[in-house]
Design a binder for this molecule. Structure first.
Ligand code: NAD
Ligand code: UD1
Length: 339
């Protein structure tokens, strides 16, 4: 496989994956409507790789504009990152989330059918498991029961992909369920750049560290966990990026529809992550204990044996690497991609 269409390629995970793709000699075409990313990302990718990827500012929902890409290029595979991802916003604007996330996936499948594109890698999420009955989570654990529209869009898209596969048995689809991506490229040139006050833990910590926020709110210390704070499976975004290259290789074996958890298999509590950050970067992170966030679960982490057995992929970096790299990115770019 050579030419890869990357939707959402200027976003956080997409940009790191594009770097890995270019470094591994793939031709990359990015489609992104820049609803949650910046054009500057392309310059940063060029700085790292020496190559500026082909870029189209298009919404994947716009079938006519998307068709032009399928007309112009012979696409070997698609990696579909494009989507809105804020749990909070999805509760306020569920229709937007369903039309954008599910709608763009439908457009892609229609164009894959029309232009005979056989290979797709899709960004799913651990959120599809809803409230876990047990941890670690395995790929064949039940999905659904999501407490928010964002999670439901991922479940709906997974169902859509399964339906598509039933009528397109010669297609190859890898559904990747990411756990909690953190970290940044080791150059400090690309990283996570949330709009407004971050909802997620690591960008909140780095914004406290850089002085944009006064202190961290730890949401709950009475969970049934090692120290009472929530436990998650934090995976370095560079490992996550390499998981996509492994998935593309896997698709070359024509496996049909496959599903993999991408995590580390290890749970880390909020306090453990804060302390790891402090130790790695020699910076104190002031915090207060705040109320629980509605919908949060005690523990959520992956079993990742399947990805290792079937794709030869596993996470190589740990939370110390991620804390160091997240801080390098934030300290070099205190305001993200904005100067
Ligand atoms: P991100 O917001 O940084 O990247 C998503 C990109 O998609 C953005 O650049 C945005 O502008 C673009 N986009 C959104 N709607 C679009 C549309 N209709 N057409 C074209 N572009 C569009 O998010 P991310 O963290 O890089 O996440 C990438 C994917 O992985 C998303 O689908 C997300 O739901 C999924 N995911 C993310 C996480 C996480 O914690 N970051 C966890 C699990 C799954
Ligand atoms: C959240 C989403 C999930 C989404 C993922 C993307 C919810 C309920 N879940 O997962 O659907 O796929 O982001 O990365 O929103 N925490 C604090 N203080 C903060 C922020 C977070 O203590 O300021 C705690 C949380 O309570 C949790 C942990 O840190 O225990 C991780 O939170 P977060 O980074 O938001 O990820 P998830 O909640 O796992």
């Amino acid at each position: 496989m050579k030419t890869i269409l990357v939707t959402g390629g200027t976003g956080y995970i997409g940009s790191h994956t594009v770097v890995s793709l270019i470094e591994n000699n793939y031709e990359v075409i990015i489609v992104d409507n820049l609803s949650n990313s910046k054009l500057e990302v392309l310059n940063r990718i060029e700085k790292i790789t020496g190559k500026k990827p082909v870029f189209y500012q298009i919404s994947v929902q716009n079938k006519d504009e998307m068709r032009q890409i399928f007309e112009k290029y012979h696409i070997d595979a698609i990696i579909h990152f494009a989507g809105l991802k804020s749990v909070k916003e999805s509760v306020e604007k569920p229709d937007l989330y369903f039309s954008n996330n599910v709608g763009s996936s439908k457009v892609l499948l229609e164009l894959m059918d029309e232009y005979n594109v056989k290979n797709l890698v899709f960004s799913s999420s651990a959120t599809v498991y809803g409230v876990p009955k047990r941890v670690p989570l395995y790929e064949d654990d039940p999905i659904g029961g999501c407490t928010n529209p964002y999670g439901q869009t991922k479940v709906d898209i997974e169902i859509l992909l399964n339906e598509y596969y039933k009528t397109h048995k010669d297609s190859n689809i890898a559904i990747l369920r990411y756990f909690n991506p953190i970290g940044a490229h080791s150059s400090g040139l690309i990283g996570e750049d949330p709009q407004g006050v971050p909802n997620n833990l690591m960008p909140y910590i780095t914004q406290v560290a850089v002085g944009r926020l006064p202190y961290l709110n730890i949401n709950g210390n009475d969970y049934k966990t090692v120290d009472g704070t929530g436990v998650r499976d934090y995976i370095h975004v560079v490992d996550l990026a390499s998981g996509h290259l492994s998935a593309l290789k896997k698709l070359e074996e024509k496996p049909g529809l496959v599903i993999y958890n991408l995590g580390t298999g290890k749970g880390t509590s909020v306090l453990e992550l804060v302390h790891a950050f402090e130790k790695a970067n020699k910076i104190k992170i002031p915090y207060v204990i705040a109320p629980r966030r509605p919908g949060d679960v005690d523990e959520n982490y992956a079993n990742c044996d399947k990805a290792w057995k079937e794709m030869g992929w596993k996470a190589k970096l740990d939370i110390v690497d991620a804390c160091r790299d997240s801080w390098r990115w934030q300290s070099k770019n205190p305001n993200g991609y904005d100067k």
